[in-house]
Design a protein. Structure first.
Lengths: 499, 469
């Protein structure tokens, strides 16, 4: 399947207003003549019939300072010079160092349109964290590329062991992060699965059981076996193509999963065979695994139960993550999925998110190089996650040595998550994404959510293809490990000058 | 197995509603439709008490920044911004968000847990430029705070022997030194001057309840708190030992101000103390440029406990421009390394303080080489104090604090330490370390930004141009 055949469709926000970057100020000089309403093509100004005053400007529709180059710009057109433009203080309350307001806004636009924003005023390729991906740049060659976009393949194989198990191939080098039923709503899970099916890739159940509603999408679902073993049953292992062991999670390395009591609602508790309302803290580690030999026994157990399944091992990023990766190869895993310290979560102690284990940027290179030195790199699929926010992050992760990535937060932002971080307790997500509260989880339709996800994946794929084209590559597989195509703004190469 | 150390936390609210992060304002074009009331989960929007036809001013203290009201208001009449008063709190080290989390921990005593991934900068200065390691598959792992395994956070203060000597018949020849055990690697440092009496008593009682110690100037140890003397470390000039015989006799540790005289002849001071009691001695040394050699000399001269004190932002105190002042992380590492080189590391206990502001600073300071830490300002922030770094350090206490009952003030301090203790367990559990004493100097179980960035990108790109952010 060619990714370009995926159908995109304009899917606007489910809310009346969006978060404005700019503020259009109307002073007392305004005589309500309506000139601005006539000239602005974006609908910032309204002169409602029958009213004698202009409506308050609709800030979020304004395209910003760049508009002043246009003939129709309201500021120049106003006969009384009553209009002015400034940055909206509200914009500062959106986003943070890693997910800046610009990245969130741009992701919303991608989910709406299926393409990266046309606006030039959004810095969506890098965040503001001052390190890692945010300091790396893709260093494109000059001159026109000879590659036709339609020749470029973004598919990657997930089974490289040549062990007689199926050659599972995904059409775009990314899949959906593990989010359990309970941490997110059923609608969120199903939309993710439907999108994964459309894109011929995967989504993951996380550690919270396998809702029956996901069965139609079995072919594109990874089911997780995590330390709490919540919802793991023989049939769930047998009905999927990939089973993932979750040893640890980047946002809380060394700690088990957290589902606080408020979110353990009746349906969640039933699925997890737990008592409603109790906080569920998964243990750490797997108490059946204290060595690579034990780890192999675990993998053998899954392979025995499902002779067709691939096995993925999800770990976070300690100093010796490279050893863990090689160990996983020898234990028989197909995919090593490393989740960096700055990864997403539905609930994790703040101290763990910030302080434990290394960011993914370092871990990718460490693991890639070590697998290469051991001579097994070509037999393993290396998947990175934990801070892959944009298509550019994805490309950089691949340059550093990953085959592909898992995205979680970007999917939720597509569904209009604002990253307020209140998903851990109470009724859960105020925006209905990460909640099983009967009222809140009803805030959007699966149809809408699936299309938003499909659009976002499309926008990322478009950008990835563009990047590959600029590098003159026909397949994303050529990009793997090409750290030489990157530059770091804090460093300079000994010979030659760059950015 | 020893009885599990447990800190009894209990909700202890204080009215701190005057500080909030998000300011929501209702524009004049509000049509009082009440949509915001329906969509807000946190009850920020309510109808007017006096006149229910009108909406009341938003209660922004409860705002959790979900944007529902902003996006669903039919008129776009609501505006939100970061509160300027909030942004002005603290400064470059004590960041505004720290106050919110410290207040919350002091209120409920719980580990702060939130949704969504880390939101801060990639790396920073001092302790922010290191990550603690974790254990996975190929290393022994431990169940943390929610597991059944017992993780000990206790540490000993005092000298330890490098080795034991035995006589011909196998009898022990070495004299084992006295030590003082504290169940958490945290003591309370000398609090600010001019605290209201209830706060001072609460600090002492909290230290006693936690079974740790508080350093107090000997002159401040009034009759009402003297009964807690086992948990008080009287601090004095070594010249005043004779004046404070009473205190030294009862205390377990006595602290002395560092002077050059102590460098030359510490044993004379120790002898003077020994005449009165078996109390251990502690020397409080300001962190200056020459700190490591001072500490090494003191340790060689028989010092038992050395407390190194950086300024309130964890910086060296040498009065020079900020640029060449070392940060606590590097100060501790230098001291630890020097003592290891001199082969006397175990013979002295190192306490680090100055800028210990968050729970993570405790294990990080220990990994860098401290045996334990001392906290000061964080305890006052727990009881509602606000700190301003610019133009100069100012501490502002909440109005009416002096009237808050001692037990509430004490409970908030206990709660904060309870939350920190739990977070220490989380970090140790993740590292697979079961004894806090084993954290000391375990730099191999940490990831330092400078090293790993050099290892990863330095190898690729060769020349580093920017030293830090």
């Amino acid at each position: 399947m060619k990714p370009s055949t995926v159908r995109i469709k304009k899917t606007p926000s489910r809310f009346k207003h969006q978060v404005p970057k700019y503020k259009v100020n109307r002073s007392a000089e305004c005589i309500s003549c309506g000139t601005c309403a006539k000239s602005c093509p974006y609908g910032v100004h309204e002169r409602v019939e029958g009213r004698n005053r202009m409506s308050v400007p609709i800030d979020y529709k304004c395209i910003g300072f760049d508009c002043q180059n246009n003939d129709f710009c309201c500021i120049a057109k106003c006969p009384r010079k009553a209009l002015s433009l400034s940055l909206n203080p509200m914009y500062e309350t959106l986003g943070d160092y890693r997910w800046t307001a610009d990245i969130i806004t741009a992701t919303w636009i991608m989910a709406e349109t299926g393409y990266p924003p046309e606006r030039k005023d959004l810095e969506y390729q890098v965040g503001n964290s001052g390190g890692g991906f945010d300091k790396l740049r893709l260093n494109f060659p000059t001159g026109r590329s000879k590659i036709d976009k339609f020749e470029i393949s973004t598919e990657i194989p997930l089974n490289r062991r040549n062990d007689g198990r199926p050659n599972v191939v995904i059409s775009t080098p990314m899949y959906g992060g593990g989010m359990s039923f309970g941490s997110v709503s059923l609608a969120t899970m199903i939309s993710k699965a439907r999108n994964a099916t459309l894109w011929n890739t995967f989504t993951c159940t996380g550690e919270g059981g396998y809702p029956d509603m996901l069965i139609p999408y079995n072919h594109h679902v990874i089911t997780q076996v995590a330390t709490g073993l919540f919802g793991v049953r023989e049939e769930t292992i047998q009905q999927v193509r990939i089973v993932e062991f979750k040893y640890a999670q980047g946002a809380k390395p060394g700690l088990g999963g957290h589902l606080l009591g408020d979110k353990n609602t009746e349906s969640v508790a039933r699925m997890r065979e737990a008592v409603k309302g109790t906080s569920l803290f998964s243990p750490f580690p797997f108490h059946s695994v204290y060595s690579i030999e034990d780890h192999k026994k675990h993998i053998d157990w899954i392979k025995e139960m499902n002779p067709q399944a691939l096995v993925s091992v999800k770990v976070s990023t300690p100093n010796d993550v490279d050893m863990v990766a090689v160990g996983s190869y020898y234990a028989g895993a197909h995919i090593i999925h490393i989740d960096g310290g700055y990864g997403g979560t539905g609930a994790a102690p703040d101290i763990a998110k910030k302080n434990i284990a290394m960011p993914i940027e370092y871990a990718i290179m460490k693991v890639h190089n070590f697998l290469k030195d051991e001579g097994v790199r070509d037999s393993m699929t290396l998947i990175a996650s934990g801070g892959i926010r944009t298509a550019h992050d994805l490309a950089k992760a691949i340059c550093l040595g990953a085959d592909g990535a898992v995205v979680g937060t970007a999917e939720l932002v597509s569904l209009e998550c604002v990253r307020c971080g209140n998903c851990e307790s109470g009724r859960g997500c105020a925006r209905g994404i990460a909640s099983t509260d009967s009222e809140l989880s009803d805030l959007f339709e699966e149809e809408w959510a699936t299309q938003r996800l499909t659009n976002m994946y499309h926008a990322w794929n478009v950008q990835l293809v563009e990047i590959l084209q600029k590098f003159g590559m026909k397949s994303v597989r050529e990009l793997v490990g090409r750290a030489d195509l990157l530059t770091h703004i804090d460093y300079r190469k000994e010979s030659g000058v760059c950015s | 197995m020893p009885k599990k150390y447990h800190i009894h936390t209990k909700t202890a609210p204080l009215n701190l509603d005057y500080v909030f992060k998000f300011r929501i304002e209702r524009g004049e074009n509000c049509i009082n439709c009440g949509r915001c009331t329906k969509v807000c989960l946190y009850e920020a929007h309510k109808r007017g008490k006096g006149d229910p036809r009108k909406m009341a001013d938003p209660n922004t203290v409860v705002c959790r920044n979900c944007f529902r009201c902003i996006q669903e208001c039919p008129r776009g009449a609501l505006e939100k911004s970061l509160d300027r008063d909030f942004l002005n709190i603290g400064g470059s080290y004590w960041k505004p968000d720290m106050f919110i989390t410290l207040w919350k921990q002091a209120e409920d005593g719980k580990v702060p847990v939130t949704g969504a991934g880390y939101r801060g900068p990639f790396t920073g200065l001092g302790f922010d430029s290191m990550w603690t390691d974790m254990s996975e598959i190929v290393r022994p792992t431990r169940d943390g705070i929610h597991g059944r395994e017992y993780i000990s956070t206790s540490v000993e203060l005092g000298r330890k022997l490098n080795h034991l000597s035995f006589g011909e018949n196998g009898q022990l020849l070495s004299k084992i030194h006295d030590t003082v055990d504290v169940p958490v690697p945290i003591i309370f440092d000398i609090p600010e001057d001019n605290l209201s009496p209830n706060v001072k008593v609460a600090l002492v009682r909290a230290a006693a309840e936690l079974n740790t110690c508080i350093v107090l100037p000997a002159a401040d140890i009034t009759a009402d708190i003297e009964k807690y003397i086992k948990h008080i470390i009287p601090f004095m000039s070594h010249e005043d030992i004779d004046k404070h015989h009473g205190l030294i006799r009862q205390a377990r540790i006595a602290a002395f101000e560092f002077t050059d005289a102590l460098l030359g002849d510490f044993s004379a001071v120790k002898d003077k103390v020994r005449k009165v009691s078996r109390a251990l001695t502690m020397i409080r040394v300001p962190a200056t440029k020459s700190l490591e050699s001072t500490v090494a000399k003191l340790a060689a001269g028989g010092a038992e406990i050395i407390h190194i004190v950086a300024d309130y932002r964890g910086m060296e105190m040498n009065g020079a421009a900020n640029a060449d002042r070392r940060l606590l992380k590097d100060i501790i590492r230098a001291v630890h390394r020097r003592l290891v080189e001199d082969c006397i590391r175990d013979e002295v206990t190192i306490i680090a303080s100055g800028g210990i502001a968050m729970a993570e600073h405790v294990p990080k300071a220990m990994i860098c080489g401290a045996d334990l830490t001392a906290v000061d300002l964080a305890l006052l922030i727990a009881i509602g104090a606000r700190l301003y770094e610019e133009p100069e350090k100012i501490l502002v206490f909440p109005d009416g604090l002096e009237k808050v009952p001692v037990r509430t003030v004490k409970q908030r301090i206990v709660n904060l330490m309870g939350a920190w203790h739990s977070q220490l367990l989380e970090v140790m559990g993740a590292m697979g370390i079961r004894e806090a004493r084993r954290l000391r100097g375990e730099t191999g179980r940490a990831i330092f930004f400078d090293e790993i960035d050099q290892d990863t990108f330095g190898k690729l790109f060769n020349i580093r141009e920017t030293k830090s952010l």
